[in-house]
Design a protein around this ligand. Structure first.
Ligand SMILES: *Cc1c(COP(=O)(O)O)cnc(C)c1O
Length: 397
């Protein structure tokens, strides 16, 4: 049996090779390597894709999160709420913006932030300061100013209640949409299917090669409807200047390369088709695996159209199943094996085992199966057969 990789970064690029080479040639002939028309054109197209007014191209998703926080007014010493079961870039950006991450546990079936636990955190761990009209952490008296819902695995967090809670408590909402390009959410409030990156004050995307929209290296972007925030982020990405060598603030080197933008623009045209392929593949897995009682397939609430950046199953025998699949040439992944509050890097935050039981339990049971638009149904059948072989008591597929 041929090896089934976890992700395929070669095949999807082959048929578009001539278009990619044209981008490279354009950069060579114009000498435009950073910023310029290729970046602006991509920004326009990606803003439209996300139903947002502005897009600012950046060099990574991590910087997209960091600049979003700074531009949204998060200050040194503020507290920013997020979840413990995300890639560390989410909390790194919070720290790099000078703030402190505070974790809230996740919902057991969506793996995204648990709305009740969020309410509980705000009601029991925070208080309003009547003098400044700000929400404070009751113990440390630090202002709690923002929340980053992470649209994990390509499924949007439950945004209606998050936006409503944020309004009540005067919190800025920054979407971590790094895994959710094109994911949709049926808002009861607007009665529309809203797209990732159109609901928060500002949203962060990553174009790391393995993401649903991936560059040929590192790249990222923010989307927002807020002109002032877009302008601030343009300034932050370019050393704080709005005019060459005139620096109103200190900024960063966070710009998007022209070649990456050109490549992203070509791939963006195929995004909807590739996302649909992922959705079909997810349905395929759901069906093939439905009769195996020992595993749980992903749950997609009726208000969600997920884009399956990852297809994640859950089982008590995760380690053994992963080993069995690996022995049979099927590659899998763990996203993520150690929740952030238990990482050595965050010892100083003072969390301990047991603080976020849902995140901890899922971290030990999740397994990401091969998922990419070019995966074939036959390959899925092979994956399912090997899983079934591992659970011999399951009914036949
Ligand atoms: C990939 C990712 C990031 C960081 O993006 P980079 O482009 O790698 O910096 C942030 N958050 C989440 C959830 C991600 O998956």
């Amino acid at each position: 049996m041929n090896k089934i990789p976890f992700i395929d970064l070669i095949t999807p690029h082959l048929e578009l090779k001539e278009e990619f080479l044209a981008v490279f040639n354009k950069a060579l002939s114009t000498g435009g390597f950073i910023g310029g028309p290729m970046v602006e054109n991509f920004e326009k197209d990606f803003a439209a894709f996300c139903n947002a007014k502005y897009c600012v191209g950046l060099n990574s998703g991590t910087d997209a999160l960091r600049f979003s926080l700074i531009a949204a007014g998060v200050n040194d010493g503020d507290i920013v709420i997020t979840v413990p079961n995300t890639f560390i870039a989410t909390s790194e950006a919070i720290t790099q913006a000078g703030a402190l991450p505070a974790f809230v546990d996740i919902n057991e079936s969506t793996y995204n932030i648990d709305i009740e636990k969020l309410r509980e955190y705000l009601e029991t761990k925070c208080c309003f300061d009547n003098k400044t009209h700000r929400l404070l952490n009751a113990k440390t008296r630090q202002p709690v100013t923002a929340i980053i819902p992470v649209h994990l695995y390509g499924q949007i967090a439950d945004m209606d209640p998050i936006l409503q809670i944020a309004e009540t408590y005067n919190l800025v909402v920054i979407e971590d949409a790094c895994q959710a390009h094109g994911a949709q959410y049926k808002s009861k409030k607007t009665e529309n299917w809203e797209v990732a990156g159109s609901m928060g004050l500002v949203s962060a995307f990553s174009f790391y090669p393995g993401k649903n929209l991936g560059a040929f290296g590192d790249a990222g972007a923010v989307t927002t409807d807020n002109e002032e925030i877009a302008g601030k982020i343009r300034q932050l990405r370019d050393h704080g200047q709005t005019k060459k060598y005139h620096h109103e603030i200190e900024g960063y080197n966070g710009r998007l390369d022209a070649i990456q933008a050109g490549i992203l623009q070509i791939k963006l045209r195929h995004m909807s088709e590739w996302n649909e392929k992922r959705q079909q593949l997810a349905n395929g897995y759901n069906e093939l695996l439905s009769e195996i009682d020992s595993i749980k397939t992903p749950h997609e609430p009726e208000w969600s159209k997920a884009v399956y950046h990852l297809y994640v199953i859950r089982t008590k025998s995760r380690e053994e199943l992963q080993h069995h699949l690996s022995e049979n040439n099927i590659a899998t992944g763990l996203h993520y094996p150690v929740p952030l509050h238990l990482q050595k890097a965050y010892e100083k935050l003072g969390y301990k085992k047991g603080d976020f039981p849902v995140s901890e339990e899922t971290a030990s049971e999740i397994l990401s199966l091969p998922m990419y638009p070019q995966l074939t149904h036959d390959q899925q059948i092979q994956v399912a057969e090997k899983i079934k072989e591992f659970f011999p008591h399951a009914k036949t597929i």
